[in-house]
Ligand binder design. Structure first.
Ligand SMILES: [Zn+2]
Length: 265
């Protein structure tokens, strides 16, 4: 990559907690998108099939400004599903998606970042062009289910025998790469780390590639976090300013895919 690249993404799903059936975050999605609009940066929305069914017209309206990609149909973690159940998840998602957008989804992010060799092969089989699930660090919480072991910090074609290594697969992996020490630039961190800390991290290290990873529910209060939205918006605004000043180029998942597939030939 000639430029430093930032991949902005939002997982659009049920509100926080696996048993939660509400979608208040999606009802307020425009508030997060407002910050992105102010900075005129693209983003990719990884949406679940269930959310897409319920909010088809809201999401359809966003189609011209954002890439809409897949976050599975039901958000069941893939370590709980066998191959045919995973295939079914993808097929159900694709059906809903095609009904609305009259085309195939190109990108995928696994619920809770749980992806393996079988999962990537299935995505290839279903025509996905890229996946963005792998967290390539040993970050502060090693036990978190999505974190397995280290991987490349920039987009790469995975090895079919070990998807955390480079290889010859057709699908592109866009890793969820964070800051130094693997500190994620993700919703919770975005709101909780004071901006001066984020700023000093970028003084120490300016990664060539970084993923900002948010959720539709990031701005909602939960029992664990109160009055959360204000900080979230402020930090997001400031971090986008900072990245722009440092000449990061903002690309959607599809655009990153185009860039890499062009260079592969
Ligand atoms: Zn999710």
């Amino acid at each position: 990559m000639e430029n430093k690249v930032c991949f902005l993404s939002i997982d659009v799903e049920h509100d926080y907690g696996e048993k939660n059936k509400e979608f208040q975050g999606i009802e307020r999605l425009k508030e997060i998108l407002g910050v992105l609009q102010k900075h005129e940066v693209p983003a990719t929305l990884f949406i679940t099939g269930k959310a897409l069914e319920q909010y088809s017209s809201t999401i359809k309206e966003l189609e011209n400004n954002y890439e809409i990609a897949s976050h599975s149909y039901s958000h069941v973690f893939w370590n709980k599903l066998n191959t045919s159940e995973r295939r079914e998840e993808l097929e159900k998602f694709i059906n809903v998606y095609q009904d609305i957008f009259k085309k195939l989804p190109r990108g995928f992010r696994a619920p809770s970042h749980i992806i393996d060799e079988d999962g990537l092969r299935l995505l290839e089989e279903k025509g996905f062009l890229y996946d963005s699930s792998i967290v390539p660090h040993y970050p502060p919480f090693k036990d978190y289910r999505g974190y397995k072991k280290k991987g490349p910090l920039v987009p790469y074609y995975p090895n079919i025998k070990d998807i955390r290594k480079k290889g010859e697969m057709k699908i592109l992996e866009i890793p969820v790469a964070g800051q130094i020490f693997g500190i994620p630039i993700a919703g919770v961190w975005l709101a909780k780390i004071p901006f001066f800390v984020l700023k000093s991290l970028f003084k120490i290290k300016k990664p060539n590639f970084i993923t900002i990873n948010m959720h539709s529910w990031d701005i909602l209060d939960t029992p664990f976090r109160k009055s959360y939205a204000a900080n979230f918006f402020k930090n997001l605004d400031q971090i986008l300013n900072l990245l722009k000043k440092q000449n990061y180029k903002f690309l959607s998942g599809e655009e990153i895919y185009e860039l890499f597939s062009k260079n592969r030939k």
